[in-house]
Design a protein around this ligand. Structure first.
Ligand code: NAP
Length: 351
């Protein structure tokens, strides 16, 4: 039937990102959650008993009463969203893909596989073509980048397109929810900043190079930008703030840069995809913006907020970027990838 929704499963449904998937998909016009899965600790329990629900919208009984499955490729939904702990996600996602499932993942494990696209729909939707070259037959793996990489790269994309980028320095102030649930202990984060997030800096220094790269034959040729990142955990629940400095290849005025941010649009906006923000980047002139508490939910958490653009004594310009780490940086970004897969015809004959 034409109006029937596509059944989907969430792997790692009990965690911080898994819960966000359930919240965001509950009224989705195209996708309907039909199965939830997590570790064997949760499997066999009702979802409401297996998870500690921390979303702001109440848990719908429709999901609360579902029995949690193990993350094994015996599910009936052929489109699966993965929010599994990275320690286990790699092998499980591959088992699903080999069994003919389309896996759209938040985990880091396959991000640098040569035939696996690492996608921000507004930035590199054309990289999805790579999945035709994957070794999984009907199945496929598509990855969503690291949460802080997504905010940064969305803001860099219009600058790279219009002026070219030579070097980028970024210092992050990242939210607690980025570390999963229950995350860092309150004794460690209240009244404190932790100047280290394991594995985060190498991700931020490498992922944008693949995302901003070009498809050449069966793989992506990385772009060459020098990127340096320093990552800090701060006492904010949701929303990663990033202080960015950029050196451009060609000279640009402040107004031209703001125009590039404000006018940036891409295929998800043209296709009017359900989870696409109308405007991916908002520029704020107020010196006190962007702030996590105030702007993180802009356009349902899918828009990136930029502010404080000014000249820099070391680089050309500096500015501040804010993005919602579990929405744009995880579940929401992944849903947008799945919408694009559907619109580009990649789900035909599979789901
Ligand atoms: P989390 O809160 O720790 O949740 C982890 C999930 O993985 C839980 O559902 C857990 O189920 C499941 N799991 C654990 N061991 C498993 C196993 N052996 N087999 C199958 N499932 C298992 O983590 P999270 O923050 O939601 O992150 C999920 C993934 O997304 C991670 O790979 C993370 O790096 C990535 N990510 C997170 C963010 C963010 O902002 N939080 C952003 C981007 C990407 P049980 O409850 O049964 O243990």
């Amino acid at each position: 039937m034409q109006n029937e929704k596509i059944p989907v499963a969430v792997l790692g449904a009990t965690g911080s990102v898994g819960q966000k998937f359930i919240e965001l998909l509950s009224n989705h016009p195209w996708f309907e959650i039909s199965e939830l899965a997590a570790s064997e600790r949760s499997a066999g329990k009702k979802y409401k008993d297996a998870t500690n629900w921390i979303m702001q919208t109440p848990l719908d009984n429709k999901y609360g009463n579902m029995i949690v499955n193990e993350c094994k490729p015996n599910l009936s939904s052929k489109l699966v969203f993965s929010a599994m702990d990275a320690e286990f996600a790699g092998a499980i996602e591959e088992d699903f893909a080999k069994a003919g499932y389309i896996v759209v993942s938040n985990a880091k494990n396959h991000r640098f596989d040569k035939d696996v696209p690492l996608v921000i729909p507004e930035v590199n939707h054309e990289h999805l073509e790579l999945i035709k070259k994957q070794k999984f037959g009907k199945g496929a793996i598509i990855t969503n980048p690291n949460c802080s990489t997504i905010g940064l790269t969305l803001a860099l994309k219009p600058l790279q397109d219009k002026f070219g980028l030579e070097s980028v320095n970024v210092v992050t102030l990242q939210a607690i929810s980025g570390g999963g649930y229950p995350g860092i202990s309150s004794m460690d984060i209240i009244d404190n900043v932790i100047p280290f997030i394991g594995g985060e800096e190498p991700k931020m220094e490498s992922e944008p190079l693949k995302i901003l790269g070009t498809v050449e034959g069966n793989e992506i040729k990385n772009t060459s930008i020098n990127i340096s990142a320093q990552c800090n955990r701060v006492g904010v629940i949701d929303g990663h703030l990033e202080c960015v400095q950029v050196k451009l290849k060609t000279k640009a005025g402040r107004e031209e840069i703001i125009k590039a941010f404000e006018e940036f649009k891409s295929l998800p906006q043209e296709l009017n995809l359900p989870y696409a923000p109308k405007k991916p980047i908002y520029y704020f002139e107020e010196d006190r913006f962007p702030q996590p508490k105030i702007q993180r939910n802009l356009e349902k958490g899918m828009a990136v907020s930029v502010g404080r653009l000014r000249e820099c004594n070391l680089f050309d310009y500096k500015f501040v970027v804010l993005s919602h780490n579990t929405v744009r940086g995880a579940a929401g970004g992944t849903i947008l990838i799945a919408e694009l897969l559907k619109e580009k015809g990649f789900l035909e004959g599979i789901v």
